[in-house]
Design a binder for this molecule. Structure first.
Ligand code: CTP
Length: 410
């Protein structure tokens, strides 16, 4: 079964630890589904002694991940992507062993590797024998995890499976599900951009030459996806129109997948009216004038000629609309030289309000990399930002967008 990243804005990656309480996670998954929260699950080796992957899979409606070194799993979805394509990671039951590994930063199986690789919030619901819970080592690990920003649910006090009484029981599935639902309610639709409808385009476009070949570029989509995530975190209603990209959908973001520039334009127009539109996609400038219906064959001594047609300029088309032009239109300028000058020219040519000009020369490592050096051009104003992670660029841009709306409404 090949599973796509969950497109539901509310999705949880549930890491099921190996404890007697593991069976209760089946009820937890049911409770989450009832609340419109999609679950994808990882089982530790020990957890498989208590619940079967099949029973978990039948409730999540998705493949269950168990093995770090499974080539099929890594080909379908690597552990890094698994850890990012979700809004929240939940560990239940969090055993003493899992807590110790998390606190120590271990990464020797799929569960711990995913927990170490994630950039998403983490909640744990501990469950263990009362003495194990009260042991100074566990309490030390608990403090460390809380200091690392992990949210802890429970444990409850009561009769334990081992016959003892005290704290150590897994919190009730309804309680864990309610805390998870609360997390999503708070993070979606709240914040300074609440009520703002914002579009972000991202990724490359693929322009077919024939049924097996296409024109494309090296864009990974990282910058656009990071912007969508930052805006959603600030409460905006974000739609990400993405060309082909392996990245997971950020939490709270609605995603529309497209292939070509023409499809990207149609999807964008379909979303108007909007409060703001950010065009981070690396749209292919040209497509072949007539796509071959059959694979173009190699013929001796003969080279095929591709005649190209210009693609619609989506940014310019939206910027120049008479009706429903978003009040704030932001473009990107991918440049390999004279970044500010070329960015300024693009601002005028496209008719947008701001341009984020960035250096995409091969030496910059921007395309496909994690860092970006940008200049924000607003009319005559130029802000040079230091070379920083694409996430940090996204956060700064989201803050400028908040300033814009606050200025516009005062
Ligand atoms: N863009 C677009 N549609 C296109 C081409 C570009 O919406 N057909 C948008 C991009 O998303 C970006 C901006 O226009 O926000 C500038 O893209 P860039 O590739 O830098 O500019 P081009 O217009 O393609 O110009 P050139 O390739 O000559 O630099």
């Amino acid at each position: 079964m090949i599973s796509d990243p969950p497109n539901s804005p509310k999705s949880v990656l549930l890491i099921i630890g190996g404890g007697i309480a593991a069976y209760k996670t089946l009820e937890l998954i049911r409770q989450l589904t009832k609340r419109g929260i999609r679950t994808r699950a990882i089982l530790t080796k020990a957890a498989e002694e208590f619940v079967t992957p099949l029973s978990v899979a039948s409730l999540t409606g998705d493949k269950v991940y168990t093995d770090l070194f499974s080539l099929t799993d890594e080909a379908e979805m690597g552990h890094i992507q698994l850890s990012r394509s979700t809004g929240l990671l939940v560990v239940a039951p969090a055993t003493a062993d899992l807590m110790a590994k998390m606190a120590g930063g271990h990464a020797n199986d799929l569960a711990t590797t995913t927990l170490l690789a994630t950039d998403k919030p983490v909640m744990i619901a501990p469950a263990m024998n009362v003495r194990m819970w009260q042991h100074p080592a566990t309490q030390r690990n608990l403090k460390q995890l809380q200091a690392d920003g992990v949210t802890v649910i429970g444990p409850d006090e009561g009769d334990m499976a081992c016959g003892e009484y005290g704290p150590g029981r897994l919190a009730e599935p309804e309680v864990i599900a309610a805390r998870i639902a609360d997390f999503f309610d708070k993070s979606v639709g709240n914040g300074p951009l609440a009520g703002r409808k914002i579009l972000v385009t991202a990724g490359p476009t693929h322009e077919p030459i024939d049924p097996v070949r296409y024109i494309a570029n090296h864009s990974s989509g990282k910058q656009g996806f990071a912007i969508a995530a930052s805006l959603a975190k600030r409460g905006a209603e974000v739609t990400l129109v993405s060309g082909p990209s392996r990245l997971g959908t950020p939490a709270g973001v609605k995603r529309i997948d497209v292939m070509t520039a023409a499809e990207m334009l149609a999807a964008t127009e379909g979303l108007l009216p909007l409060d703001a539109a950010i065009f981070a996609a690396a749209v292919a400038d040209w497509r072949v004038a007539t796509e071959a219906t059959q694979k173009i064959k190699k013929r001796e001594g003969e080279l095929p000629t591709l005649s190209l047609a210009e693609n619609p300029d989506i940014l310019a088309a939206i910027s120049r609309r008479a009706e429903h032009r978003p009040p704030l239109v932001i473009g990107f300028a991918a440049e390999t030289e004279q970044i500010i000058e070329n960015g300024r020219a693009k601002l005028a040519k496209k008719g947008c309000d701001w341009i984020v000009a960035n250096d995409v020369s091969p030496s910059s490592g921007t395309f496909g990399g994690d860092e970006n050096r940008v200049f924000l051009l607003k009319g005559e104003d130029v802000e040079g930002w230091p070379k920083q992670g694409k996430d940090a660029v996204a956060e700064s841009l989201a803050d400028r967008i908040i300033d814009y709306f606050e200025g516009a409404s005062s």
